[in-house]
Structure formats: C-alpha cells, structure tokens
Ligand binder design. Structure first.
Ligand code: ADP
Length: 490
C-alpha cells in the first residue's frame, strides 16, 4: 500500500477541460504542483460541452453509476482523462445537466437549475469514490459550487458512505459568488433542515448559501492571497460574509496563487508572434508590431507605449474607472487593446469608445485564450484597476512577459505588485489605492513617463521578468494545511 497522501480536488472548472476564469487556472495547475511533491491527487469535474468538443484524450471509466439524489436514483457515466502532467481527472457526464453552451449561465443570468446541477455533482462524488475505491485523506473543494461537500461529509444522511468524516479544505476564490438560494430549496441539497439551517450552519439571511456551507463545515478555509484573507473580514470587501469569516478566522489561511509557466512564459509560448526573454527582447517588439497590425491600430504606435487589458467584463474589474478616463489615457499618445467577455453594457461602452478612437483602441469582445497570450506579449503596460481582486493571475503573467502592471492596491494585486521607485530601482509595477479615476490616470501617466527612460524601464522589466511565482511554493503551503487537518493539529 502506498503511504502517499491522497487528495481529491473538486472543482467546477479546470484547465484544460473548462475555463471561465482564474479558478480553472488554479484547479489545473495546483494538482500538478502537488503531484510533483509526491501527493496522489485526483480531480473531479462536471463534463461540460466545451470539454466534449475539445481535442482531449478522454475515455469511459464507469457507465450507469447510480447516484442517490433526492427521492430518486440518477445514473451517470464517468469519463477519465489524464492531464499533461499526469493528474487523473474524472468527468461526471450527465448530459441534461452539463452539456450546455455555458458553464453557469449567460448574459441574461444564471442557469435556473444551478443548485440541482452542483448538488448533484457533489452527491456523484460520493458514489464515484466508492466505485473506484479511492478514499482520499483530504477533500479540497473550491468555491460555492462544491461548498455543499464539507456539509455532506458531516451529514447523518451520508453516514454509510466511505467518505463520511473525511477532512476537507474549502478555498474561496471570490467571495462575491455565494451560491445563495431560497430556503425552500434546501431539500435539493440532500441536507436536512434540522442541524443545518441555522445561523451557525448554512443559513444566510433566511436563505441558504453554499459558500457559507463550505466556510462553516470545512476543517480549513483558504483564500487566494494573504491580503484578501484580511480584506474579506471587513465590510468593504466581505460582501456581507465578513462576520462569518471573522467568526471562523482561526481556520482561515491566505495562500497566494502561482503561475503555470509551462503555459505562460514568453520564451516558449506557442501562441505569440515571436518568443523572447529578458536577455533577448527583440521578439517582444515583433509581438507588438503584429498586434498593432492585427487590431488595425495606427502603425505609428510602434514607438509609443501599448497598453493591454484582459479581463472578465464585470463591475469587479474596474471598467467604470477605465471608461471614465479612457479619452485622457488615449490622449497620452498611447494605444490600448482590450480583450474581455461578460456584461453586455460594458462591452457596448467599450465599442462606443472604439468608434471615437479607431486608430488607438482595439477591442475583442469574447473569450479567446490565444489572443490573451498575444496581448500579454505585445503590450508594454498591463492595466488591472480592480475594485477587488482575490488574487489575480494576469499581473503574475504580465510580470513574466515584461508587460508592466498598473494595478489597484487590493487583494493579491497588492501582495504581488510593489510600486516602482526609480531612485532605488526597487519595485515591479505601478500601484494606486483610492478607487478613483484620477488616481488610476495618474499612475498610467507616471508609467508612460517612466517608459520613455529606456534604461530605467529596463531595470523595472528585470525586476518583474526574473521573479518566480511558480506554484511550488504555494503547493507546499497547501500540503502543510492538508497534513495539519489530517493530524487534527490545525
Ligand atoms: P478572474 O478569475 O477574476 O476572472 P484572474 O486574473 O484570476 O481573474 O484570472 C483570469 C484568467 O482568465 C486569466 O488566465 C486570463 O488570461 C483569463 N481571461 C480573462 N478574460 C479572458 C478572455 N476574454 N479571453 C481569454 N482569457 C481570458
């Protein structure tokens, strides 16, 4: 028998199977990093249409697995795949729940049956682990979609399951998504009212919250940066959950995300026009020229700073700040390329701005991973004016690509980016604090000024490009947390 620690990762998305945001990057990279540390880690995901259509090696593992759900027994197939790094992944295949165009909903709102979809997924995990005889030492759940699992692990209804009582870790990737549903729908989860629906349980202002279930019932709660772990204990950032987080803070850890440099490194990136590194930057100039051409921007911008932004289009991401100073930014004789998908009103506002500045502003509305890489490599300055940012990954990628981040000092942006001081050469980007358009514009102005002084700019690039934010350090921290909850010493 192996004495390897066994960890089961449950996530609603993971690279390369499905991605809408940073959670997928984390759920793709962290298991691989844990595996390198000797952990037997396996991943479970819903089998969405996007994975069905992708060119991935996926084979059948179980057919007609019976999953008790409510008063019925539903059947699923389970597929199996191995990621490039060798992480065994199980995909729960239930066509009526997951074979849809979008993972969670569309621009008119969430899928009406998300509670059913993710409750079912949680119950399927119990049936799966028994069927394949993989009983983990720790279950690591991510965000509200899997927040039910820590509660089920303690529910009488699951007492006969081999998983019952397994310690769990719950990671909050974004406290803004709380999995809130009417209390009348609690039976869908399979949890009884008694014992669970109360203030110390998953009740949240008369409703149920699966995010809260994860926080309350997991043995350890983590979030994706030390700063965000502090921030979510305050009314400004806690989104109404601050008192709950404060109450449970003894089991709260802030562990910074890392970057997967096998996917995000300009010296090997297959998506970009030319590879480059700090020692040999000529490729970056080529990337910039190609993008200026691709976006049909004024060719004269080659010699001017090119700004980039890759982001979900949501209020969290600071588009109101950007839009209110966009004309002033472009008046600095710079170009800006934006890639984003999400809220229609934000996309419309950006499109209007493109009509005013067709030569300077490029916008691609939609989700496009190769284009994200091309922008990351082509831009000189990367904008992240987020209202809040649990960790943020794009600033970490930007550092490696020599694309200097201008960020708001919040969450992981604040932990990772240090404001550049030309007099001592320290710092890796530019940072502003008040959520005010002027503060943002001032920092961009400053960045553009520093850009003109080539020698100083190069020292700034060195600080970012040579830094190492690989996953290993974070994976070690998670491993410590797993070991402490297995031993019961947390
Ligand atoms: P969040 O998880 O809040 O969306 P993160 O910065 O943690 O923000 O992660 C965002 C990830 O999604 C990054 O890998 C980024 O490159 C990618 N991304 C965001 N929007 C798009 C888009 N429209 N097209 C392609 N990739 C995108």
């Amino acid at each position: 028998m192996s004495d390897k620690l066994k960890v089961l990762f449950l996530s609603s998305e993971a690279v390369p199977f499905a991605k809408t945001g940073g959670l997928a990057d984390v759920a793709g990279a962290l298991p691989a990093a844990l595996k390198r540390l000797g952990v037997d880690v396996r991943l479970v995901l819903p089998f969405y249409r996007i994975a069905r259509d992708a060119d991935l090696e996926i084979r059948p593992r179980l057919t007609d697995l019976e999953v008790p759900f409510g008063n019925e027994i539903l059947m699923v197939d389970v597929l199996e795949s191995k990621t490039k790094e060798g992480v065994l992944t199980y995909l729960i295949d239930r066509e009526d729940m997951y074979d849809r165009l979008n993972l969670y909903g569309n621009d008119r709102g969430d899928h009406y049956d998300n509670l059913e979809r993710f409750s079912f997924f949680s119950h399927a995990v119990f049936a799966l682990t028994e069927a394949i005889s993989f009983i983990p030492d720790v279950i690591h759940c991510h965000d509200w979609q899997t927040g039910l699992v820590p509660a089920l692990l303690q529910s009488e209804g699951k007492k006969d399951s081999a998983l019952w009582g397994t310690p769990s870790v719950f990671t909050i990737h974004n406290i803004g998504y709380q999995g809130i549903f009417a209390k009348e729908r609690l039976p869908v989860t399979g949890l009884p009212m008694k014992g669970f629906f109360h203030l110390e349980g998953l009740e949240f202002w008369g409703k149920i919250s699966l995010l809260k279930a994860g926080i309350v019932y997991a043995d350890a709660v983590t979030t994706v940066s030390p700063k965000y772990a502090q921030e979510i204990q305050t009314p400004e950032y806690g989104m109404g959950m601050e008192e709950i987080i404060k109450h449970w803070r003894a089991k709260l850890y802030g562990v910074l995300n890392g970057a997967d440099y096998r996917l995000w490194d300009p010296s090997v990136d297959p998506h970009i026009s030319a590879n480059y590194s700090f020692q040999k930057m000529s490729g970056k100039r080529k990337c910039k020229e190609s993008l200026i051409q691709e976006m049909d921007l004024n060719p004269a911008l080659k010699g001017r700073p090119l700004l980039g932004m890759i982001s979900r289009l949501g209020t969290q991401k600071g588009f109101d700040l950007l839009l209110s100073v966009l004309d002033e930014i472009l008046a600095l004789d710079v170009g800006l390329v934006i890639l984003g998908s999400g809220e229609r009103t934000i996309a419309e506002a950006i499109k209007n701005a493109v009509r005013r500045h067709p030569q300077r502003l490029g916008f691609f509305s939609g989700y496009d991973d190769p284009l994200a890489h091309r922008i990351m490599s082509a831009a000189d300055i990367f904008l992240i004016p987020s209202r809040y940012e649990p960790c943020g990954l794009t600033q970490i990628y930007a550092l490696r690509y020599g694309t200097v981040p201008v960020v708001r000092a919040t969450g992981g942006l604040d932990d990772i980016i240090h404001h550049f001081n030309p007099s001592n050469g320290k710092g890796n980007g530019f940072k502003f604090s008040p959520y005010k358009p002027k503060a943002f514009l001032d920092r961009i102005r400053y960045a553009v000024d520093v850009f003109q002084v080539k020698k100083v700019w190069r020292s700034l690039l060195a600080n970012g490009m040579k830094a190492d934010f690989s996953w290993e350090r974070s994976a070690r921290k998670y491993l410590e947390i797993y070991q402490s909850i297995v031993k019961g010493t947390h």
